[in-house]
Design a protein around this ligand. Structure first.
Ligand code: EPZ
Length: 419
């Protein structure tokens, strides 16, 4: 297994461009199941999760063409031999459940392995299934799989008890061909949900309200394949913003979705960094000392849970006490024990992590546990004294495209060592 090795202490200076958003590409790939033509997705990053989803679509019967040089992905699904997402694939990537909605909508049946938990939490899909049931689907759970069948889904009014991003997306994908109108209430407002709704509307769907907590989907008979450009990845961009701020750097993050990062922008300014919207991107200038700030994660437009581990890395070397509260997932502090091995002073109390800033971190051999935790270990290595070695970086490769190359281009002393 590859490792990443970092020699800490360098300021990050220069320009970096955010890649396309992983969490926007995955639902768009699921949407390709709704049409029998070539759905073309551009600005697609090269990530492990996208490769996994390609394997799943191939397994279902889709044809896939890629032009990796130009970040283009073309998918055509003329027919699906067996609408089944096997355990071997779903267990590695929870987002596989996104095939449920489109398979039932177009092929009247889907059999998907229940995702099971993951490092950051139980992550059930009960709300996905509750919505499909409300639309008239029959749900059978046995042998670790859920089988969903419906001759024709019917529009329904569905209230989502918990704000769920893929739950909102799955039900939107299911409702586009339903008979009548579906109203989703208490929806996720994430930009990736809006990106999916925009793409479905371009394909001929009739969706209004995306980006608000109530989305209306009027069922239509047919959708057509189109070309869609994926929005930039706000979490990758945010990760580079934190990297600039904590290394006293000066970095322009190009293609950075400034507006969708308001909560992060505010926290970085509170911590003393300058966050300036410029032509084509956002510039972050780090200041010293870093001021300790409290952070509480919340569904969009709140502070993103996917940025919690990264801001915590920054708070470990701030000049006071920071309380970081994780409200979305029940076990998203896996990075804490590894940061403490670098000398960080962090105490976990339920949903809260109390971070007392220390003068410096010291480099150490570390182990990544999940996607964003691995990003926070990389950030900590950038400022630590000496050498940091992060293993199990396959977690990182799920959501960051060549992060070591992008950081090296900004002045970091960082390398990937092939196992
Ligand atoms: C999406 O996951 C993202 N993944 C996650 O990004 C992100 O952390 C999360 O939203 C929150 O923003 C993709 O978009 C592919 P949820 P998702 O369903 O949709 C509970 C990353 O780092 N819940 O919004 O799977 C659940 O237990 C990944 O890129 C139910 O109770 O997350 C959790 O507490 C990690 N029942 C909360 O909702 C359900 O049926 C949010 O989960 C569904 C969810």
């Amino acid at each position: 297994m590859d490792k990443i090795i970092i020699e800490g202490g360098n300021r990050l200076v220069g320009e970096v461009t955010a890649s396309g958003a992983k969490n926007a590409v995955l639902p768009l790939m699921a949407a390709s199941l709704l049409v029998d033509g070539w759905l073309t997705i551009t600005n697609v990053p090269k990530l492990r999760d996208i490769e996994t989803f390609k394997i799943l679509l191939n397994h279902l019967g889709s044809d896939i063409e890629t032009d990796p040089g130009n970040n283009i992905l073309k998918i055509r699904t003329k027919d699906v031999a067996s609408p089944e997402a096997p355990y071997e694939l779903v267990k590695t990537m929870r987002a596989s459940v996104l095939v449920l909605g489109p398979l039932v909508a177009r092929f009247k049946r889907a059999r998907v392995s229940l995702p099971g938990g993951c490092a950051i939490g139980a992550r059930p899909i009960d709300l996905h299934l509750k919505g499909l049931k409300a639309m008239g689907a029959e749900i059978v759970i046995e042998h670790g799989y859920v089988t969903v069948t419906a001759e024709k889904l019917k529009g329904a009014k569905i209230y989502m008890d918990t704000i769920t991003v893929t739950g909102t997306e799955n039900l939107m994908l299911a409702a586009v061909h339903a008979e009548g109108t579906t109203i989703l209430e208490n929806c996720a407002l994430e930009p990736e949900v809006v990106c999916l709704a925009d793409a479905l509307n371009a394909m001929g769907a009739r969706i209004t309200g995306a980006g608000t907590d109530t989305i209306k989907i009027e069922g239509v008979e047919k959708l057509n394949a189109v070309e869609i450009r994926v929005i930039p990845d706000r979490i990758e961009a945010g990760t580079f913003m934190v990297a600039a701020a904590m290394t006293r750097g000066n970095v322009l993050i190009k293609d950075c979705p400034y507006k969708s990062l308001d909560a992060l922008n505010m926290k970085l300014r509170e911590a003393g960094a300058e966050v300036i919207e410029e032509e084509g991107g956002v510039r972050v200038i780090g200041d010293w000392p870093i001021r300790s700030v409290d952070v509480k994660t919340h569904p969009h437009p709140g502070f993103p849970t996917d940025m919690q581990a990264q801001i915590m890395a920054m708070m470990t070397i701030a000049n006071g006490l920071s309380v970081i509260t994780e409200t979305v997932f029940e076990n998203r502090f896996m990075h804490v024990s590894e940061l403490k091995r670098m000398g960080a002073d962090i105490t976990i109390d339920g949903k809260c992590a109390v971070v007392r800033g220390v003068k410096y971190l010291s480099g150490a051999p570390l182990m990544a546990t999940d996607l964003r935790a691995s990003a926070s270990l990389i950030l900590a290595g950038l400022v630590a004294d000496g050498k940091t070695e992060v293993s199990r970086i396959y977690h990182l490769d799920r959501g960051y495209e060549k992060i070591e190359d992008k950081l090296r281009a900004l002045g970091a002393k960082i390398d990937r060592v092939k196992a």
